[in-house]
Design a protein around this ligand. Structure first.
Ligand SMILES: [Zn+2]
Length: 274
């Protein structure tokens, strides 16, 4: 009888513990993946977060994030849980590059094309905004077989002596024809060909605002709206679009926030903590 009582008590406790686990780090260009039971809502500062049926959700910080961020999570029959993150500003290194003039200030005759392509990106991103499924749930893999990083995330770019936008991804060096893989499960929102800046590229939707782009490829092996699995072949390394030689530019965003791929590829979803 006593034993039965103990077992009952244990079940009772674990069913109501309702803990939330976190992977990743709160820092500039960082991302955090959280999971908990019976979550009814979660907000980061004032932004409402999307939550999967299984209680997984994600939130990120842009490269210039600093100060206080407050996460509020509501679970059924529980007091609201509040988590506070304080982020220190990060300084990025400068990087000087020489590239063909036409890519710093594109010639007028390409402006229509550039605007059309920007509109396509915007439409694709708008479609992604409401996806509640956490396709990234199985974790992340590297997009290339041999890792040689030729440009890190966030470096202030000085193109032909002029200050330009920060580098918003990671460049992996490689040879033309090397395989490029999906970093995690997702939907192909754009398998784009001959875009002015991106060249041949793929935009993947991983759900809940998380997306990845793979730029400058020589060949594509996927089509629009195709569902891909983590590690699936997307295409081959190339030097199409605004590129100075064969490499893969991998960019990751959480909605409009630019995330450092290094912070995502480091996340081991099994190794979570409170
Ligand atoms: Zn790049």
């Amino acid at each position: 009888m006593r034993k039965l009582f103990l077992i009952t008590f244990f079940v009772f406790v674990s069913a109501y513990a309702q803990e939330i686990t976190f992977s990743g780090e709160a820092k500039p260009a960082g991302i955090i993946i959280a999971k908990g039971e019976n979550i009814t809502s979660a907000t980061l500062n004032k932004q409402k977060l999307l939550i999967d049926k299984d209680g997984t959700f994600i939130f990120g910080f842009d490269s210039e994030a600093k100060g206080k961020f407050i996460l509020r999570v509501k679970q059924k029959k529980q007091k609201e849980k509040v988590f506070t993150y304080v982020i220190e500003e990060k300084e990025y290194e400068k990087q000087s590059l020489s590239i063909p003039k036409k890519f710093v200030n594109p010639p007028k005759r390409f402006l229509k094309q550039i605007n059309r392509e920007a509109a396509k990106m915007k439409n694709a991103r708008a479609k992604m905004a409401g996806v509640k499924t956490a396709y990234y749930n199985e974790g992340f893999v590297l997009p290339v077989d041999s890792v040689r990083i030729t440009a890190e995330f966030g470096g202030q770019r000085i193109l032909n002596g002029k200050k330009k936008k920060d580098h918003n991804g990671i460049d992996f060096g490689g040879n033309e024809g090397d395989s490029v893989y999906a970093i995690t499960d997702g939907i192909v929102r754009i398998a784009g060909e001959k875009f002015y800046y991106n060249g041949n590229f793929v935009l993947l939707d991983h759900g809940q605002g998380l997306s990845s782009v793979y730029l400058h490829m020589s060949k594509l092996h996927v089509k629009n709206n195709q569902i891909v699995k983590k590690g699936e072949l997307l295409g081959e390394i190339g030097s199409t679009g605004r590129s100075t030689g064969p490499h893969l530019h991998l960019g990751i965003q959480w909605f409009k926030k630019r995330i450092d791929p290094a912070n995502v590829l480091n996340i081991n979803l099994e190794q979570s903590s409170d």
